[in-house]
Design a protein around this ligand. Structure first.
Ligand SMILES: *[C@@H]1O[C@H](CO)[C@@H](O)[C@H](O)[C@H]1NC(C)=O
Ligand SMILES: *[C@@H]1O[C@H](CO)[C@@H](O)[C@H](O)[C@H]1NC(C)=O
Length: 198
């Protein structure tokens, strides 16, 4: 004879198992139906190398790169997938030091787009489109500056001649694994200019 408590426990574990199986199926299903997006474009307007200090309170001067860029891409498919909790998008520069042969990858800009987010990604465009929530994953940004400092471990860019600029995403689902992909790329490698001398 089962006591009431044992019975409750029994039902409890059945429903837990049921929920686990259901969550497993959801994550499998969303893994197989993951939307595929066509990567958009990043166009770099300019890259400037200057000498400066990262730390305002002293420290050595070093070469610091700054970049301005435009982005166009449409992530609506990713954001509208029912299992998407949020998207993390980030722009990187990847380049090789011609002397040491080392490859570096630096994050220059990032942002999180949540499912419920109504904040738009248009720094340009008309006000009506800006208010339309179904456009919120259509990224159209002009003249964006790098958000994080772009420095090189050797403190100089003199052995760096060009870089690959890529906007990548991590899709964080409610259930299941994080998946990643490319949201936009610059066409060809971007030239890294010489130091601007004052
Ligand atoms: C830059 O992109 C090209 C073409 O995709 C690739 O062959 C090269 O290895 C990339 N370089 C770096 C440093 O990622
Ligand atoms: C928002 O955009 C969608 C897709 O382009 C369109 O169907 C809808 O009518 C728009 N809504 C408003 C309020 O403009």
């Amino acid at each position: 004879m089962y006591s009431t408590l044992q019975r409750l426990n029994h039902y409890g574990s059945i429903s837990t198992t049921f929920v686990m199986v259901l969550l497993g199926l959801i994550s499998l299903a969303s893994f197989f139906t993951l939307p595929v997006i066509e990567p958009g474009s990043v166009s770099v307007n300019d890259v400037i190398i200057r000498r400066g200090r990262i730390n305002h309170w002293g420290g050595p001067t070093e070469e610091i790169a700054s970049m301005r860029f435009d982005m166009r891409t449409d992530l609506t498919q990713l954001l509208n997938s029912y299992n998407t909790k949020q998207l993390f998008i980030y722009l990187t520069a990847a380049y090789v030091d011609d002397v040491s042969g080392d490859t570096h990858e630096v994050v220059l800009w990032d942002r999180i787009i949540t499912r419920g987010s109504i904040r738009d990604f248009r720094s340009t465009g008309d006000a009506v489109a800006r208010k339309n929530r179904s456009h919120r994953a259509k990224i159209r940004m002009d003249d964006v500056k790098n958000k994080y400092v772009w420095r090189n471990p050797s403190r100089s860019f003199k052995n760096i001649h060009n870089a690959n600029i890529t906007l990548s995403y991590h899709l964080m689902p409610y259930v299941g694994l994080v998946t990643s992909g490319v949201a936009a790329t610059a066409r060809g490698m971007v030239e890294i200019p010489d130091l601007v001398k004052k």
